[in-house]
Design a protein around this ligand. Structure first.
Ligand code: 5GP
Length: 207
């Protein structure tokens, strides 16, 4: 991977958010653009109702995951909310070779690794309008048990504190507006290295 011409990594785009901020729905929307594709991660989390193996995630057990870590299959991996998640080198390389912008929908720990390995990558953090609204959204989606919801809400505070290290911060209040902004940030492949090195993220003006 590191032998590839590094210019290609300007097409790599990390999107992070606390659970329930609406990141996955926003990404699903903008992926109708043929210029964008999303890298499917591998996880030890059990599938939620309606999730499809190979589309939402590649679901594997912990033994297999740790074996793959040992074999250095992943470009980054992390333990998030008690489950392992990882991005395989092969899946990213294949998508980058198709000359598309490749979205990595990963947490802040993975984002930190990607930033160090690929400084040309672009990093976007999606915030909910408030923690109260985040809790409401997590409960309304009805996919997680109470224990899981509480753990994710607790972790949300840590995750939100990392937003300042991203290139862009986007608040998902009005969904259509957020979709438009996310699309423009994701496609901003001309962002210069100086812009990437700025101390403060670009925060959308409605924040
Ligand atoms: P969920 O279980 O709600 O789908 O995802 C939980 C968290 O894991 C989210 O913050 C999501 O972005 C993150 N995540 C998903 N795939 C990966 C991955 O491949 N690597 C890392 N580091 N985080 C991931």
């Amino acid at each position: 991977m590191d032998k590839i011409n590094h210019e290609v990594f300007k097409n790599l785009c990390v999107v992070s958010a606390p659970s329930g901020a609406g990141k996955t729905s926003l990404i699903k929307k903008i992926c109708s653009s043929e210029k964008i594709s999303v890298c499917v991660s591998e996880t030890t989390r059990k599938p939620r109702k309606g999730e499809i193996n190979g589309t939402d995630y590649i679901f594997i057990d912990e033994k297999e995951f740790l074996l793959r870590v040992k074999k250095e299959i992943y470009i980054e991996h992390a333990l998030v909310h008690g489950n392992y998640y990882g991005t395989s080198i092969d899946s990213v390389s294949q998508l980058l070779n198709k000359d598309k912008v490749v979205i990595l929908e990963i947490d802040y720990q993975g984002a930190e690794i990607i930033k160090i390995r690929f400084p040309l990558s672009r990093h976007i953090f999606v915030l909910p309008p408030s923690l109260k609204i985040l809790e409401k959204r997590l409960r309304e989606r009805g996919t997680d048990t109470e224990d899981v919801i509480l753990k994710r809400l607790e972790n949300a505070k840590i995750e939100i504190s990392k937003a300042q290290h991203y290139d862009y911060i986007l608040v998902n209040d009005d969904f259509q507006l957020a979709e438009k902004k996310l699309l423009s940030y994701v496609l901003d492949t001309d962002m210069t290295i100086d812009e990437k090195n700025r101390k403060e993220p670009l925060i959308d003006k409605d924040f």
